[in-house]
Design a protein around this ligand. Structure first.
Ligand code: PMP
Length: 413
């Protein structure tokens, strides 16, 4: 079991107030808070080791390089990746997907090819493919989402054709909380000879990830959603794919040799890391991974499942509230996306904020999915390891107050 009281001591921000109320931070799917250990690692880098990597033949540069290498090794271990070289550091999930669309897509996707996505993708895993499809004359297809917010898996096999080059899907939906059957989808894609990309932005913070046993081709996520700093993303890819792909951005570090006429790219993964990387963030991400491994995914999951179950019970008591996504707690992660009848989600967000409760409101970068659900947007509460049962009750309190405030007199539409 998680010692949440102890954990909260590592997050000074959680003891601040908002509008005179204790902060109840339930916007973890957008970004998580950072423990002291991560902030200390950032400060330690700048106070003791700051230098650029690779280029310097001096002690500080060696230390900075060692910190970056250590972060890459730790990330590879975390993912069960075969080699540190299969881990490319980017700015975020979005950049990782753009890298694949640019460097793999431009080379291996041609006119008439198909890319299979799902209807629950974040814009990050949609727009780069739209851009590629437009450029190449390729076609995007989508695994539909059912009424209760799951992937229509029965439809999936029929959507993979001989032309399907890639199946790219989210492991967990940021808008609905749905957990998708990652190994099954990968197996299906592989059986038809398609490559796979897993958007693990909402997965890696909460569940163990094993790219070796999943055997996915690409997997992407962001450090900031798992207690790490902003400005650091990860692309895992199979080594042979990284070798076959062309560079993404051009500049320093990604080259081996440059002449007036051209350049020879650097070895993997540096070929994809042009310019000065976010060294401080990488060092701090190591601290975040350590923190997560000390907490343990089993305990984390048990805790989040209990919070989510209670939140769903509270919502079920409010006829004016609609919760989106699968009904069974086992089919969803720690995200509760909801609307209150007759109240705009932004008003819900503002009303909750006045109670100190931070939730997200809007389309969650999933506009087509919102269209599918026939809503303009939703409010979304999302949990992490430092949230408490009392905070779930505070969420319920904010819900009751907001629903009562906006309740229309009988007969008024
Ligand atoms: N995919 C999913 C499923 C996400 O939840 C997010 C962040 N909301 C992203 C991609 C994009 O992450 P980032 O903004 O860190 O690039």
């Amino acid at each position: 079991m998680l010692d949440v009281r102890r954990i909260r001591e590592d997050f000074p921000i959680l003891s601040r107030t908002v509008h005179g109320k204790p902060l109840v931070y339930l916007d973890n799917a957008a970004t998580t808070q950072k423990p002291r250990q991560v902030v200390a690692a950032l400060a330690e880098f700048y106070e003791r080791h700051n230098a650029n990597v690779h280029r310097g033949v001096h002690t500080l540069s060696d230390e900075a390089t060692a910190l970056m290498d250590a972060a890459r090794r730790k990330t590879a271990e975390f993912l069960h990746a075969p080699k540190p070289e299969t881990v490319v550091f980017t700015r975020n999930t979005t950049e990782s997907i753009n890298l694949v669309a640019h460097s793999w897509g431009r080379k291996f996707v041609s006119a008439g090819d198909e890319i299979l996505l799902t209807e629950m993708e974040h814009h990050s895993n949609l727009v780069p493919w739209q851009m590629l499809a437009k450029e190449k004359g390729a076609r995007l297809r989508f695994i539909p989402v059912t009424e209760d917010g799951r992937l229509d898996l029965a439809a999936a096999p029929g959507l993979i054709t001989a032309k399907t080059k890639l199946v790219a899907f989210t492991a967990a939906s940021n808008a609905l909380g749905t957990l998708n059957p990652v190994p099954g989808l990968i197996a299906l894609a592989k059986s038809r000879g398609a490559r796979t990309l897993v958007d693990a932005a909402q997965w890696t913070p909460h569940y163990p990830t094993d790219v070796a046993s999943w055997d996915c081709d690409f997997l992407v996520f962001s450090a900031h959603k798992m207690m790490g700093p902003t400005g650091l993303g990860v692309l895992y890819a199979k080594e042979e794919l990284l070798e076959a792909m062309d560079p993404f951005l051009g500049g320093g570090d990604m080259i081996e040799r440059v002449s007036w006429e051209g350049f020879t790219p650097n070895v993997v993964p540096y070929k994809f890391e042009a310019g000065t990387p976010n060294i401080a963030a990488a060092a701090a991400f190591s601290a975040a991974l350590d923190y997560l491994s000390r907490a343990g995914f089993a305990a984390l999951h048990e805790h989040e499942a209990a919070l989510t179950k209670r939140a769903l019970e509270i919502f079920a008591e409010f006829p004016a509230a609609t919760v989106y996504g699968p009904k069974e707690p086992g089919a969803r992660g720690g995200i509760v996306s909801f609307n209150i009848e007759g109240v705009h989600p932004h008003d819900v967000g503002t009303a909750f904020d006045l109670e100190g409760v931070a939730v997200r409101a809007g389309h969650h970068c999933c506009q087509p999915l919102m269209g599918r659900l026939k809503v303009g947007g939703t409010a979304r509460a999302s949990f992490y390891l430092y949230n408490t049962m009392n905070e779930v009750e505070a969420l319920g309190g904010a819900l009751a107050k907001t629903a009562a405030f906006f309740k229309r007199p009988a007969g008024v539409k």
